[in-house]
Design a protein around this ligand. Structure first.
Ligand code: 5RP
Length: 240
């Protein structure tokens, strides 16, 4: 196992400890979330964990959850979730994050918003002083709006690239039938302002800015895990 995977596992392990019997959980997407899924499967298998259900945030997560026999449910049956665990592409000290590297940001954000407690898990390469530093921001766009929306996103100060897919020719199509733009803004001085601006563009379905959702993060490193809480001004902004 690579040291990076071991770091992801360490972070996932700490987050999975928050799951209690009877909980309805949001299940994130990506390679770090996958470590959590595997651990949940093992705990269910051993009987240590029982009576839980999960809402998956992507088709991949749905398949992986089914593989390890996590009972699945929907937000229609359970509009409020006890706990969500998800990875991130970049996390700042306020626990604001950029997500969507795996293209699952739309459902991931809906699930994040539905969680009473939301924990980010990542290895320590994901920590940044400022969001956007060497990290493009994924934005999900309705196909009909592609070119005008892309131009509008560039007008906000980014270099926007349509994400292409491997395995077939053409653009990547998300689980929701949309396109993804990776918008490189450089360091994002005011992510809350940018989030508002992006949402005012017709055709923008969702952005990878996850602001004020996480109340805890576990960051795996070499043989250790850092436990981070958001700073107070993030909590105040969330409640505004
Ligand atoms: C998918 C995501 C992932 O959580 C994010 O890309 C992190 O992935 P990984 O754990 O593989 O680094 O947002 O849309």
């Amino acid at each position: 196992m690579s040291s990076n995977t071991a770091a992801k596992r360490r972070a996932a392990f700490r987050a999975v400890k928050h799951i209690e019997n009877g909980m309805i959980i949001g299940i994130g997407s990506g390679s770090t979330a996958l470590q959590a899924i595997k651990m949940i499967g093992e705990l269910l298998d051993s009987g240590e964990l029982y009576d839980i259900m999960g809402v998956p945030t992507s088709t991949q997560t749905m398949f992986e959850s089914i593989k390890v026999k996590i009972p699945l449910t929907t937000l229609d049956e359970h509009p409020q979730l006890d706990l969500g665990i998800d990875g991130a592409d970049q996390i700042d000290s306020k626990l604001n994050a950029i997500k969507g590297g795996g293209g699952a940001l739309f459902k991931e954000k809906i699930v994040a918003a539905a969680c009473k407690e939301y924990i980010l898990i990542a290895d320590n390469t994901k920590i940044a002083d400022t969001l956007g530093l060497d990290q493009a921001l994924p934005v999900e766009i309705h196909p009909f709006a592609l070119t005008p929306a892309m131009k509008a996103i560039e007008k906000l100060g980014s270099k926007a690239t349509l994400r292409m897919t491997g395995g077939k020719l053409g653009p990547l199509v998300t689980d929701n039938g949309n396109y993804l733009i990776d918008a490189d803004f450089g360091p994002i001085a005011d992510p809350w302002w940018l989030e508002q601006q992006l949402h005012s563009i017709p055709g923008v379905i969702e952005t990878g800015l996850f602001l004020g959702y996480a109340n805890l993060a576990y960051i795996g490193g070499k043989g250790s895990v850092k436990r981070l809480k958001p700073s107070i001004d993030t909590v105040l902004k969330k409640n505004r």
